[in-house]
Ligand binder design. Sequence first.
Ligand SMILES: [Zn+2]
Length: 504
Amino acid sequence: MVRDIFEIRGQDAAGRLGTLSVPRAGRTVETPALLPVVNPHLQTVSPRRLADEFGAEILITNSYILHGSDDLREEVRERGLHDLLDFPGAIMTDSGSFQLAEYGEIDVTSEEILAFQREIGSDIGTPVDIPTPPDVDRERAEEELRTTQERLERAEGFDAGEMLLSAPIQGSTQPDLRTEAARHAYGTDLDVFPVGAVVPLMNAYRFDDVVEVVAGAKRGLGADAPVHLFGAGHPMLFALAVACGCDLFDSAAYALYARDDRYLTVRGTRHVEELEEFPCACPVCSEHTPRSLRERSNRDRERLLAEHNLHVSFAEIRRIKAAIRSGSLLELVETRARAHPTMLDGYRALLEHAEWLEASDPASKDAFFYVSGESARRPEVRRHHARLSRLSLPDRLLLVAEEVPTRTEGVDEVWGLHPPLGPVPPDLAETYPCNAELPTRLDASAYEAAAEGVVALAAAHPETEMRVVHDGWPASARSRLPERVECVRAEPTDSSATGAERGQ
Ligand SMILES: [Zn+2]
């Protein structure tokens, strides 16, 4: 089946810049996109302002709340959702699955709520799925997944008109079930793919499990599937989630946190009570101080904090788009990973999927900045090692660390030896990623990755005689080299030295 509503315009790692066509709204939404959650009863920031002042192209509201509201049910039927909320962009609606997970039951069927969503003019509707929490036993995860899958199949038969339909992907914390769920969902003719029930993982700071769940789902989806990380509203998580291949986020956090005097940043959450200064340049933080905000009425303070929270969230989405354009998304993720040890776990979990990241990662970017030990595990390094096995080699090859004077008699070719990539033929030295920029004080991971490159080259060319002249590699890197590769350390003496002596 051809899905032509989602177009990918740029990629970095597994992250995408794209456009989602929403026919019923007559709109095209740029992704990655943030969908502010609007509570129809309690609009902390009005949808009109979300569009005009914050640039929101799409929002999400809950059709189950509208359906259950004696004040609003008939009004929204008469006026339609766009008029009721006064929002010019696209509107996605949730179905009550969250309430089902929270309270154990809801009083509508999936069909009834889909019909209601269509009736009120939703642009992207959602069937009622079963959000299975993390860590449940296999039997329960499978049984609930079967129910979700039946609902998706019935939603396929529903006459949605121009309204797009989402196909939530469940499967608890079992990545293979997430893959199976995703494959099934992708096989339906539904349009948007939310990865569901990850909020408990995010609330518990289990970012590595979030990555595993998303990676599991992505494995079962085609590249043309727009992926929504349901309930991921904290900006500290956006870069990591985009690098995993998520395109849509919804934020209730901006308003919920503001209600508790909490201030969002890309490095985490602060309480207004503990702040002396606002580390932000948004209009709210430019015009107020934490002290002046504390003196405002509760209602004013909540609104102003919600505005700051939105500014910081939309700014992060823009920063991520710029990073994808310039090929520096993983460098942004590395920076974010430094904010909390569990974020670092998330990033490391992502790097364990290097093979999958590599499939979508562009072969050439502006620059590779080596900024931490994790950089040594980026998909570019893995791709370079795979490429080495395809190069043709002479009988006798010398691999020499940069700026190391050495004798070259008796060898057929001299290649560079660049951490974290390892062997680099001269004609690739100035190309990406061999032109990686490194700190002078390098960590062991970079040398170890370079040694893995030599291992890959030696394994692919058993007939080639190989000698390595390094500039002080740590034992953890040297010990990785196969025995048949001669390894010497360059003499760390004056620049007139030309000999290389046998090292440790
Ligand atoms: Zn601010």
